[in-house]
Design a protein around this ligand. Sequence first.
Ligand code: NAD
Length: 480
Amino acid sequence: MSTHLTTVAGVPVDTRHFIGGERVASTETFTDVSPIDGSVLAEVSRGTAMEAAAAVAAAKAAFPAWAATPRAERARLLHAIADGVERRLEELSLVETTDNGALLRSHRRGVMPRVAHNFRFFANWLLELDHEDFTTRGHTNHVTWDPAGPCVLITPWNAPLMLATWKVAPALAAGDTVVLKPAEWSPLTASLLADIAAEAGLPAGVLNVVQGYGSEVGDPLTAHPDVRRISFTGSVPTARHIAASAAANLTPLSLELGGKSPLLVFADADLDLAAGLAVEQYDNAGQVCLAATRILVEAPVAEEFTRRFTEKAAALRQGDPREETTDIGPTIHPRQLEKIDGFVRRALEAGARAVIGGHRGEGQYYVPTLLTDVRQDSEIVQEEVFGPVLTLQTFEDEDEAVRLANDTRFGLAATVATGDAERAARVTARLVAGTVWVNCFFVRDLKAPFGGSRHSGVGREGGTWSFDFYCDVKNTVTAP
Ligand code: NAD
């Protein structure tokens, strides 16, 4: 057996890059560790500028034939990839959980079926993607979505395959070729995706996967002049760096970044529902970009809301994410745990009070935390923690609720709990957010636009918005 094959949760995974249809090793490796127990999972190829250049060259070489492949055939291949994901759903779930510590039951029942759906959805949308011809002084306007070229797709560790395929599927459907660079803390399922795509018959070079650190292999990818699109999901500091690299080549960018989203609870809300929505924010140990981490409650119901919230939070079971009964798993990495702990310690020193939690658990776990007595301009209210840490503030009226909700540099999402539909409409209209949920959370249709305002991102993806981004949209005007 090759030394580049590792076995994770009983599943063989190739830890080399996948470039031009071949497995390619780097001379150096990096160590991939499981957040569940700190065990070493793999030594993974550590890409450099050399592998970045090879992957872009492979994507460039494969582009003309893939772009010319009829839509129906591209759609067929995307469905074949979805079939492969469904066939290997259990393996993908086991590997993802072992690699990033998110719940196995969520991977099995929610995430991996959704990964397959990402491919099916964009395959089907491609077949329906069409224009309406219209006339201007007798001339017809005919709009087409042309393939754009090689795309670099860079993704984070909190929902690795889900976020990767949310980009890979529309890019491939659009007729673009892809270089995917997964996060170094969760590199494994991207490698399995490369196998699945090859087995499905995707031509060599259409999907390439390179592994390694952002500064070593991500940087040369985003600075490459042959790359025609960069789609990035991750943190604001990395986004700034990537945007600067892209600027040199004027490479179009899509940026899905962090958040500090509010949950507004009005006195007329179903408080049980609102408390349930608040507790949901601990999912994936709070490592969710969309998480509504700032709970804003109308003052007269704050006490009752807090009572119901603590009751529900007390029922959460923290532990091994492979267990069916676990609700909250570990944080991804000792560095992330340190970061979370630092945020909370500084908040407590500044006068915050922990209603629940406020400290680490065992190993790499952080105890679900709710902090109150926090100032609007404090770090804990303004900065993304990316852990199971929520703050609670009160407001007196709608104006104050909206003012507090909008008063961060982010604008990814917001959740509004109210029993008054007119209030919901009024408040929603004033919120700065890419997605607003009213009396619900995390309901997402791939048809809908997804993205953030302000420092939460640039651009929207989803449905036609994805094709608008991954294509060169063209209008052809023909004389009568
Ligand atoms: P990160 O920015 O540290 O890393 C993300 C990816 O960028 C990784 O693959 C990393 O290797 C790569 N990278 C790092 N430096 C690079 C460089 N110089 N050039 C090119 N690539 C580089 O983010 P993270 O810690 O992995 O992820 C957490 C962040 O992602 C949070 O801020 C979270 O809110 C955000 N996020 C956003 C969404 C969304 O859809 N808006 C979804 C999930 C996560």
